[in-house]
Ligand binder design. Structure first.
Ligand code: TYM
Length: 332
């Protein structure tokens, strides 16, 4: 039986957080053997906010190495850099013509980022979800594993696929988001009402980065905002502790109920230390593997060239079909 197709990507726009790991990469590891997977480094998306060119290039390779170090296996899936496959920008242009300005300007992330980068509200920022739809639709992906913050964008991709199909005839698979129930939204350790973010600059203790060393990880969890009840239980009113429980369970591989039982009668100090240690135990070997892979440029380039070939092949197949449907002359 033909495997179903799955697509996801991460922007090389800052240091990855445990939110990106838990909400995205960790799920990909499980899914890569079940589905035909495409995983990209979304550098075209990253330049919608200002980037230092040298730093962007460096972070792109770091992200590829991190995917590999986490266990993404290039022999079973396609791992590539988005800007190396020009079909993404080409399909984005075509999809722009079936996207309404109203729906693009209503996207929550566009509104948030416009506020945050008020000196640089560029067209790319508004077009971000259309490019994301192009990514997904080019590969005829059925599933898109992302964190909860990207649900609205995948829904736009669905709407655009349905609209294009009804206007031009069946062309795109209509995708669905795959979002983990508990781990889809990892919150800031300092303000649990906000998501943990790569671009956090105000409070250095709010985000735990995948590159943080053990002491930094333990210190950040020690300082995490909690409440005064001193009882480890999951509840919507206890957003700080619930967030730590989500993180603990994701890294430990246990359920919330199991974790609540484990910490029954124990105080927040003990719990926070256990969360920090569990996270550090998972991240330390990933960090050394990433450093090893990053040092092997020949291997990285070889994997990326292979990924580019495989992605380009699939993408051009869809793009040619789209160009034929919209009425572009193809010379045949
Ligand atoms: P990015 O780089 O902002 O986020 C990458 C992935 O991490 C998830 N994520 C989180 N999950 C749980 N808790 C958090 N605090 C948290 N923060 C981030 C995001 O939901 C995402 O899954 N636009 C995408 C990149 C992209 C893409 C695509 C994804 C480009 N094209 C096509 C899927 C399909 C993004 O949010 O990147």
């Amino acid at each position: 039986m033909k495997k179903k197709i799955m697509y996801s990507a991460i922007q090389p726009s800052g240091k990855l957080t445990i939110g990106n790991y838990v909400g995205a990469v960790r799920n990909w590891l499980r899914l890569q053997h079940e589905y035909k997977c495409y995983f990209a480094v979304a550098d075209l998306h990253a330049i919608t906010v200002r980037q230092d060119p040298e730093a962007l290039r460096k972070r792109t390779l770091e992200l590829v190495s991190l995917y590999l170090a986490c266990g993404i296996d290039p022999s079973v899936c396609t791992l590539y850099i988005q800007s190396q496959v020009s079909a993404h920008a080409a399909l984005c242009w075509t999809l722009n013509t079936v996207t309404y300005v109203g729906e693009a300007s209503r996207m929550t992330q566009f509104k948030d980022k416009s506020q945050k980068h008020s000196d640089n509200i560029n067209m790319g920022l508004m077009d971000y979800p259309v490019l994301m739809a192009a990514d997904i639709l080019l590969y005829q992906a059925q599933y898109v594993p992302v964190g909860a913050d990207q649900k609205q964008h995948v829904e736009l991709a669905r709407d655009l696929a349905l609209r294009f199909n009804s206007r031009y005839g069946e062309t795109f698979t209509v995708p669905e988001p795959l979002i983990g129930k508990d781990e889809g939204r990892i919150a800031s350790l300092q303000d649990p009402s906000k998501k943990m973010s790569k671009s956090e600059t105000e409070n250095p203790n709010a985000s735990v980065y995948l590159s943080d060393d053990r002491d930094t990880i333990l210190r950040k969890f020690k300082r995490a905002v909690t409440d005064s009840e001193n009882c480890v239980r999951f509840s919507e009113e206890k957003s700080g502790i619930s967030n730590l429980l989500r993180i603990y369970c994701a890294f430990k591989g246990c359920t919330i109920a199991e974790a609540e039982r484990e910490f029954e009668g124990k105080g927040y100090g003990t719990f926070k230390l256990a969360v920090g240690e569990t996270v550090a135990d998972v991240l330390t070997p990933i960090q050394s593997e990433q450093a090893r892979i990053l040092g092997d440029r020949a291997y990285l380039n070889e994997q990326l060239a292979k990924g580019k070939r495989s992605a380009s092949y699939a993408a051009w197949k869809t793009l040619s079909e789209v160009y034929r449907k919209v009425g572009f002359y193809r010379g045949d």
